[in-house]
Structures are given as structure tokens and as C-alpha cells.
Design a protein around this ligand. Structure first.
Ligand code: KG4
Ligand code: ZN
Length: 346
């Protein structure tokens, strides 16, 4: 039995998770998150310096809460996994420095791990071991990617990504255009339930016959929404927020699910995982379930709490590395804001 501590600080959530790796798999013992999102609201996006300072203040209290929840002491920890990239440089540094300090003080192995691989690993906490190969659709405020996952402990290949905005970023920008609060995903999701998804024909980026099959583009969609809203306002007409939300959301969910199902079908992959903050979206989940069922693909979406940034997913990834017998990182490991997804650990 092995206890793994996971530390996450790549963006605006300070996450500390604790998992137990036993003969019968992974057990989640604690998942504590402190978010600085409220400090970023008035800026309409994450301010890196503000996020770094918030991590510094939240790290030790979040750690204490996690150990209280798990009913464990620091001395029970057998290994530590920390997000070393990709993410905001200053924010990552807080987690990496804390992890090094704990690893040194406790004399346990340290694993510097990839945040994106952690999002995929989150699903194993809820649905058990991932079949190989699996296709992962990662959609959040910072990333939109299609990944082929052969092995969580090292075999991850990117097969597509956004060429401009991330899906969540598009939600956040469109929310601002139609007067909804930051972060934009939840309020647009709510408004969309009251609106008509066919009211406005917004464009589906990169879906032409000559476009990259597995890449995404959301910047044109965001601009199309802004132009449409501006035209209404110029004419002195009220903006139908519910219909704009529903039509925008339909365009996002349509493109994400169509490309993901196409990739899985083309590559002969029978399991799809959707993770990241946008995986909480009601229409995305509904359409993915419909299209995966029609294509004979098993769909796995972890609960929203595990989809958004957290420390438990990093602990889960660390547990997979420990189980695979991967060599721990060196104590001089550094944060890499641009760490590629193919580098699962450093
Ligand atoms: O994974 P996450 O918590 O942080 C990042 O790593 O970015 O994702 C946050 C993003 C935000 O852009 C937020 O607007 C979006 O996830 N989001 C949603 C929903 N809930 C959160 N987008 C669409 N529908 C939702 N229900
Ligand atoms: Zn994330």
C-alpha cells in the first residue's frame, strides 16, 4: 500500500490530493482545492502575479485540510507528484518549490508531472483503469486537445489541438460580449438551456474538406458572436442572450464532439475520455453521449469536481508512475510553462 500526495498550482487553483495505491487499485482519500478565481473576476481572466501570490498563501492551509480529511500525517506519505508544466511560470514554481521542500523533509521520491496527463488520469479515480488505447478530449480554459493515450505512464500522443483560443477561453470571451460574468462557462450553459440552439447559424471552425481534421479553432466563432451582437446593438435591438448562448454552445459542442468521434473512429479507438473544466458542460456531455453511442464508442466523463484543476488528478498520475516503476525526478527539476503533452514526467 502506497500513499501518494499530489500538488497542483498551474493556473488559479491550489490543489492538494491524496490517493492510496493498493492491490485493488486507486482510492481517493482527499481532494482539497483553494481557488483564486474571485480575485481575477474584475480582470475577466487569470492574472498570473495574482495567481502566484494566492498559491503562496493557500498552499500550506490546503495541505493541512487535505491531511485532516484523509486522517493521515505527513509522515504517512510515500511519494509526491507535482505539476511542473504546462501552465503559468510563477504559479507552477510555487507548487514545485513546495513539493521539493516536502520531498526533502520527508525523504520520499518526487515526480514532476504533466498537468494535461493529470487531467486524463483524473478519470481513473472515478472509472478505474483506462483501456489502451483511449482517446482523450481535453477542454478547459487553457487547453483544447485530442490525445491518443496508449499508456498513462508515458505513451501520450497529441493528435490535434486548438490553433487559437481554447474552448473555455471562447466561453469566457463570449460571456463578456453578452454581459455574463467570468468564468463564462457556467452562466452560458445555464442561459443556453432557455435558448434555441438553432436561432443563429454560427460558424463551425476548421470543418471544411481541406481543413486539419483533428485541430480546433474557436477564434472565428468568438468574433462571429461579437459581430452579431454588435449589429443588434447598433440597430438598438435587445440582445437575445439565451439564444446567443444556445447557438454558440451548440457550435462548440458540435465541433468538439464531431472531431473527437471522427478521430476515435479513424484510429480504431473504442474508449473516449472528456476532461477539463468545459467537460462540465451539459450540452457537450449530451451530444458526446449521443454520438459516441451511435459510433459504438464507450464514453467516460469524470464528475465535474475531477474535471476542473485539482491535486487528486496529479496524485493519481503519480500513482500510475509509481505502479509502472518509473524513476523519480531529480530534486533540481524545474517548472516548464510549455511542457509538451508527450512528456508525462520529467
Ligand atoms: O479546467 P479548468 O478549471 O481550468 C483550466 O485549466 O483552464 O477550466 C476552466 C474553464 C473556464 O474557461 C470555464 O469557463 C470553463 O472551464 N467551464 C465551462 C463550464 N464550467 C466551466 N465551460 C462550459 N460549460 C460549463 N458548464
Ligand atoms: Zn487544467
Amino acid at each position: 500500500m502506497t500513499i501518494i500526495l499530489g500538488i497542483e498550482s498551474s493556473c488559479d487553483e491550489t490543489g492538494v490530493g491524496i490517493v492510496r495505491l493498493g492491490a485493488d487499485g486507486l482510492e481517493l482519500l482527499a481532494d482539497e482545492v483553494a481557488s483564486s478565481v474571485e480575485q481575477h473576476v474584475r480582470f475577466g481572466g487569470v492574472v498570473p502575479e495574482v495567481a502566484s501570490r494566492a498559491h503562496l498563501e493557500a498552499m500550506v492551509p490546503t495541505m493541512r485540510r487535505a491531511f485532516d480529511t484523509a486522517g493521515l500525517a505527513l509522515s504517512d506519505v510515500d511519494a509526491i507528484a507535482v505539476t511542473c508544466g504546462p501552465g503559468l511560470a510563477g504559479a507552477l514554481l510555487v507548487g514545485v518549490s513546495a513539493a521539493k521542500a516536502y520531498a526533502t523533509a520527508l525523504d520520499v521520491p518526487l515526480y514532476g508531472v504533466n498537468h494535461l496527463a493529470g487531467h486524463v488520469a483524473a478519470d481513473t479515480l472515478e472509472h478505474g483503469p483506462l483501456p489502451s488505447p483511449a482517446l482523450a478530449l481535453l477542454v478547459s480554459g487553457g487547453h483544447s486537445q485530442l490525445l491518443r493515450v496508449d499508456d498513462l505512464a508515458g505513451g501520450i500522443t497529441e493528435i490535434g489541438s486548438t490553433i487559437d483560443d481554447a474552448a473555455g477561453e471562447a466561453y469566457d470571451k463570449v460571456a463578456r460580449v453578452i454581459g455574463l460574468p467570468y468564468p463564462g462557462g457556467p452562466p452560458i450553459d445555464q442561459a443556453a438551456r432557455r435558448g434555441n440552439p438553432s436561432a443563429i447559424a454560427f460558424p463551425r471552425g476548421l470543418t471544411g474538406p481541406r481543413d486539419a481534421k483533428y485541430d480546433f479553432s474557436f477564434s472565428g466563432l468568438k468574433t462571429a458572436v461579437a459581430r452579431w451582437v454588435e449589429a443588434r446593438e447598433r440597430d438598438g435591438e435587445e440582445v437575445p442572450v439565451d439564444d446567443v448562448s444556445a447557438s454558440f454552445q451548440e457550435a462548440v459542442a458540435d465541433v468538439l464532439t464531431a472531431k473527437a468521434v471522427r478521430a476515435a473512429t479513424d484510429l480504431g479507438i473504442g474508449t473516449m475520455v472528456i476532461s477539463g473544466g468545459v467537460a462540465a458542460n451539459s450540452r457537450l456531455k449530451e451530444l458526446a453521449a449521443e454520438r459516441c453511442a451511435a459510433a459504438g464508442i464507450e464514453l467516460r466523463v469524470p464528475r465535474p469536481r475531477l474535471c476542473t484543476d485539482n491535486g487528486a488528478m496529479m496524485a493519481a498520475l503519480g500513482a500510475h508512475l509509481v505502479a509502472a516503476g518509473v524513476k523519480p525526478s531529480s530534486l533540481d527539476l524545474s517548472a516548464d510553462p510549455a511542457l509538451p503533452v508527450s512528456t508525462v514526467w520529467v
